[in-house]
Ligand binder design. Structure first.
Ligand code: UD1
Length: 354
């Protein structure tokens, strides 16, 4: 691959290389754009098991520069070592992981293997190459079914799926590794429910096959790919009976990673944990209504049975992120449904051209 000569508009005279595992994925791709815009040089590692190779071209078009990228699995330590030897990596953002709750229940070993194994090899290489700045992609799933809401970072951690278990254990692995490693610093970002797409409509969530998550299912239904949305239960103890979540726009979430990387220059403590959400709960029915109102599309949906393992309601207390990370969500759920719909149409046009 060619080594790009990059000009950073005077933003940063000494740009830092950031390894982004899972950088072609949904959250990873938006984070690569945000990092580039802030003068970092992202290095994408992705094995494309859950992402599309042409995302690279689309990211490149948005940042107007050549990307550094390698098609490698995080568990392939030998090939990854070559990347660590080739570039003076300053920081790592570790996204690469499997993330379907339902799949993890069917096949827990896949989750133990990929989510635990990938993290171990990345931390081993970080140690070998003295890369001391690490941002980890965690999830509000580590709160299990919380006793009260909103949840703050001091709430006890728990799990209610093998996926949730891997995130909980991954956080503990990082904490124990940091304790053994002088100079190592890490920020654990517990995301609530990422939704939406880049405002250009060219990056977004592209699930393989039938989506598990709500908004991709809504946009695919409106696009005619799915026949109708099933709302999983309307008999929960919530105002309209459907589950409540904290839906965070993926572009805001990407920004939180850049803030976390910036702050790792001089963090108050070696390990920091932040909730990344909006602090506002939205029900499934409300999200459907936001979609219809903001896109003008009528959505076909029915009420079905509860989905096993779903918790009735969760949303974030975001005070710590606002105060200590100096990050706050800026975009709304309305922005997210509009951007996600734009992306759905982009994908449809792209498939029609292929
Ligand atoms: C869960 C995790 C989240 C994780 C994500 C990964 C919790 C609290 N959250 O999100 O941390 O990142 O999985 O996938 O553990 N719904 C429908 N019909 C559908 C799809 C979803 O009604 O076809 C409803 C669900 O019942 C739920 C809401 O929409 O109430 C959101 O579901 P989803 O998008 O799958 O995310 P979570 O399960 O909340």
């Amino acid at each position: 691959m060619s080594f790009p000569f990059l000009i950073f508009g005077g933003m940063n005279n000494n740009p830092k290389y950031i390894l982004v595992t899972g950088g072609a994925g949904y959250i990873g791709s938006h984070t690569v754009v945000a990092l580039s815009k802030r003068g970092y040089i992202p290095i994408i590692i992705d094995d494309f098991r859950n992402s599309n190779r042409d995302v690279l071209e689309r990211i490149s078009a948005l940042v107007d520069q050549e990307l550094i990228h390698f098609s490698i699995s995080c568990q392939n330590k030998e090939r990854l070592r070559g990347v660590f030897s080739q570039f003076p990596i300053w920081g790592i953002i570790h996204f690469a992981a499997d993330k379907s709750v339902s799949e993890s229940v069917e096949n827990p070993l896949k989750y133990f293997d990929n989510n635990m194994g990938g993290l171990v090899s990345i931390l081993e290489l970080a140690s070998e190459h003295e890369v001391n700045n690490f941002v980890f992609s965690s999830s509000c799933t580590v709160y299990g079914e919380p006793k009260k809401i909103p949840v703050d970072e001091s709430f006890p951690v728990s799990h209610n799926s093998p996926y949730g278990y891997t995130k909980k254990v991954n956080e503990e692995m990082i904490e124990q590794f940091a304790a053994s490693q002088s100079g190592f610093k890490s920020t654990l970002l517990r995301y609530f429910n990422p939704i939406g797409a880049h405002e250009s409509g060219t990056l977004g969530e592209e699930p393989n096959g039938k989506p598990d998550n709500l908004l991709p299912y809504i946009t695919q239904t409106a696009a005619g790919i799915r026949e109708e949305l099933t709302i999983f239960g309307d008999d929960y103890d919530t105002p309209d009976g459907t589950c409540i979540r904290d839906y965070i726009h993926v572009v805001d979430l990407a920004e939180a990673h850049v803030e976390a990387m910036n702050q790792l220059e001089n963090p108050p403590t070696p390990i920091q944990v932040f909730n990344i959400g909006t602090g506002k709960g939205t029900s499934v029915l409300e999200l459907v209504k936001y979609f219809e109102k903001n896109t003008g599309e009528k959505l076909k949906y029915k009420i079905g049975k509860r989905r096993k393992g779903d918790i009735p309601a969760i949303f974030a207390n975001t005070e710590k992120a606002e105060k200590d990370l100096r990050w706050k969500s800026r975009l709304t759920v309305e922005d997210a449904v509009i951007d996600a719909w734009k992306f759905e149409q982009f994908i449809r046009n792209k498939r029609n051209r292929e």
